[in-house]
Design a protein around this ligand. Sequence first.
Ligand code: NDP
Length: 324
Amino acid sequence: MPFAIRMRQVGGPEVMSWEEVEVGDPAPTEARVRHAAVGLNYIDIYHRTGLYPLPLPSGLGLEAAGVVEAVGSAVTDLRPGDRVAYAGGPVGAYSQVRCLPADRLLKLPAAIDFRTAAAMMLQGLTSAYLLRRTCRVEAGDAVLIHAAAGGVGLIACQWAKALGATVIGTVSNDAKAALATAHGCDHVIHYTREDFARRVREITGGAGVRVVYDGVGKDTFAGSLDSLQTCGMLVSFGNASGPVPPFDPLLLSQKGSLFLTRPTLMHYTAKRADLVALGSELFDVVGAGKVRIEVNQTYPLADVASAHRDLEARKHTGSTVLLP
Ligand code: NDP
């Protein structure tokens, strides 16, 4: 029987256990996929700790790439042997084999290998909707991207640069600064030792940026508002440092008629047509070499606990792949 990670209670990395599971035949609208590579994402930590509650017991993981083994009777556009990848629910990607809704799968271009696919789907589709849908970044825009050397960060910085933006990134150490610079950042700010909002004002000649992409949350929220130009947009899309505390919307008026949105990939890909369109934009920028996918860490899937510990300790850069 195949193995998968299961979780019976929320808590530290030790709540994840590697267990034999039964995987039956796919339901009529499902496909059964044998995973070749599984993606690690910060949202997996929110699921594990209970910040984003899951019904328990549960599997974990939202992203993988592999080969279709079987399809349900109503699935017409996939066949056994197809190379596919996905990002998004239902959870359960931390597994060797699983069944999932076939309309969540994208066929992989031949040039994209499984590890690259598992590294890029969730963070890349996120970068796609952030930069192309939530706020459409144009040439000449100044943008601020927090955690610029992270998974979403390295992809989003390269993509924003390719769109012609002036890219300002924040990082916590020198090695991450070098990486961010090599992946599209025009300016890098050490936000753990500098007042990043003040630096953003200096860099932009006092104006501020058109949009801030903030996946860090609690520690950066206030400074992100202070980094925006009049009528700029704060896209608060994650909580790596903890959730943003409640705040008074009047602040948005006082700081320049600002826009605030708290989006999630799930809504931007809920319709199959939107998923396919974002996926094709992502495959295009990767295929054209405008965005390089950096798989900087790999772990055995059975040892995903170590991967979670290292991600929480800010030891990772770029993307991380778990090998089933
Ligand atoms: P990252 O690889 O970016 O890892 C998180 C990074 O956050 C760290 O490397 C670290 O970079 C930074 N960070 C700042 N403060 C802390 C802290 N206290 N503890 C840990 N890390 C901290 O992760 P992902 O690319 O997977 O995700 C980035 C963010 O985007 C996450 O918040 C994630 O939940 C969110 N996300 C949201 C989506 C959505 O649709 N809403 C979809 C995908 C991701 P440094 O050391 O440089 O500070």
